[in-house]
Design a protein around this ligand. Structure first.
Ligand SMILES: Cc1ncc(COP(=O)(O)O)c(C=O)c1O
Length: 455
């Protein structure tokens, strides 16, 4: 494609490297420029008004263009704008936010560390895993286990946790002490005749075998998203986490819940830990913490971790870690206002109600010849595309069935997230039942059109 000289498209292609994008194709195709947003809709530069079925990157929980948040950011910038939290400094906004997060934590938590992204929150958690074990005199406990197809971010350490080979290839990653255990997706991964319960037991046994193979004295921590987001909106079987947590306890392995997607009502409870029954030592969260309006993340740690940090800080002289923008007063003020809005709208009750509607509305697709499995909680749903429902056979990747469905759905007015041959829905939490009908209606048309195209 040739771009008009000096057009936004030409300047974009000339100046920006886009994440998770085929770079050569981008030089040809150029960007889709999003020009505005209101409620659950965004508008692109071709004038299309599209329902954002995945809230941007699972974060715009209050939709787009929220004046109330703009006012809070304005006031905060006018009165201070910036200050740091190094060397005993603090600000009211970050204190209030930390207090609030501890008050709603799903298990007793002691302190909060702030960062700017989910990746940084997980990166901090990784450092604290090592710090903790050094403090308690177990420095050999260094290995960290996460799951194949799990996603925990893209800094060098957080992407080492992520079980996504394309994100490791030729970046010389993952770092050495990271290991990956099985992807707990019953529908595609179970053996013939295996019950969900037996599958969950096999997943936990496989984690235990990995710990034993590595040497339990070297295994420090396990990271998991309660419901897997970028792995495709995958809900592990009911008894999976109870079995996994028993293994972690047996070998004194810390458990970190990555709530970057699930946190703040996405799964129909305030935390994915509550939906799935997790009792972690640390919790990372971001995205819906600020409804995506400011880059801020939080890591909640329990007292066991904090006591060890005190010991190390005594030894070293300070807690020698931090970021310029950690606890940023504007980001914290906006995040706190988002939390107030959640309380006012009774976000958990709302997500349960509209989530039930979304589940019912997906019934049509549950019987579709191209859809093998539909599962989710609250407003986080994953649909598995199959070539043959009877055998659960998948399409040849060259067919790009997922992308075709995504493209056709967009033509019918909605953006959905395509992850290989999975379709994920995670709309803003403010979505109404009518808007859910429109979103699923567009997806149904997209799946039908893609089916005709590949027939
Ligand atoms: C579960 C999970 N953890 C961590 C991250 C990384 O967050 P960020 O992109 O803000 O660094 C993501 C991003 O999608 C995520 O889904």
């Amino acid at each position: 494609m040739t771009f008009l000289p000096n057009s936004p498209h030409a300047r974009d292609v000339a100046s920006i490297v886009h994440s998770q994008t085929n770079l050569r194709k981008h030089l040809e195709a150029g960007p889709t420029i999003i020009t505005g947003g209101d409620g659950v809709y965004v508008t692109d530069d071709d004038g299309n008004r599209l329902i954002e079925g995945v809230a941007g990157l699972w974060c715009a929980s209050l939709g787009f263009g929220v004046e109330r948040l703009a006012r809070v950011a304005y006031e905060s910038m006018k009165s201070l704008g910036y200050y740091h939290t190094y060397r005993h400094n603090s600000n009211e906004a970050v204190i209030e936010l930390a207090d609030h997060l501890l008050s709603i934590a799903p298990v007793p938590m002691s302190k909060v560390l702030f960062q700017c992204s989910g990746s940084e929150a997980n990166d901090t958690a990784i450092k604290l895993v090592w710090y903790y074990h050094n403090a308690i005199g177990r420095p050999e406990k260094r290995k960290i286990i996460a799951r194949k197809r799990g996603y925990h971010g893209n800094t060098a350490a957080a992407v080492s946790l992520s079980g996504k080979p394309d994100m490791h290839q030729d970046f010389n990653l993952p770092f050495e002490p990271f290991r990956h255990t099985e992807f707990p997706y019953y529908y595609l991964e179970h053996e013939d005749g295996e019950s969900e319960e037996a599958f969950a037991a096999r997943m936990a046994a496989s984690l235990e075998a990995l710990i034993l193979e590595e040497g339990p004295e070297t295994v420090a921590a396990f990271f998991a998203e309660p419901i897997m987001g970028a792995g495709g909106g995958v809900v592990p079987p009911a008894t999976y986490y109870a079995k996994v947590q028993a293994v972690l306890e047996k070998y004194e392995v810390l458990f970190i819940a990555d709530e970057v997607i699930c946190g703040f009502a996405r799964t129909g409870e305030m935390w994915g830990c509550q939906t799935m029954g997790l009792k972690p030592d640390m919790i990372s969260c971001a995205k819906q913490l600020s409804a995506g309006f400011q880059p801020i993340s939080a890591l909640l740690i329990n007292d066991k971790i904090f006591q060890a940090m005190l010991t190390e800080s005594d030894k070293v002289g300070s807690f020698a870690h931090g970021y310029t923008y950690a606890g940023h007063p504007v980001a914290a003020a906006v995040a706190m206002e988002v939390q107030r809005i959640y309380q006012e709208m009774d976000v958990v009750a709302r997500v349960k109600r509209v989530g039930d509607h979304l589940s019912r509305r997906l019934d049509g697709l549950r019987g579709h010849p191209l859809i093998g499995h539909v599962d989710g909680r609250g407003l986080l749903w994953g649909l598995q595309v199959v070539r043959d429902r009877a055998t659960r056979a998948l399409f040849d990747p060259a067919v790009a069935i997922g992308q075709t469905i995504g493209d056709r759905t967009r033509e019918h007015g909605a953006i959905v997230r395509i992850i290989g041959d999975r379709i994920v829905l995670a709309p803003p939490l403010v979505i109404t039942e009518d808007e859910i009908d429109a979103l699923v209606g567009a997806l149904e048309k997209g799946v039908d059109a893609a089916g005709r195209q590949v027939a």
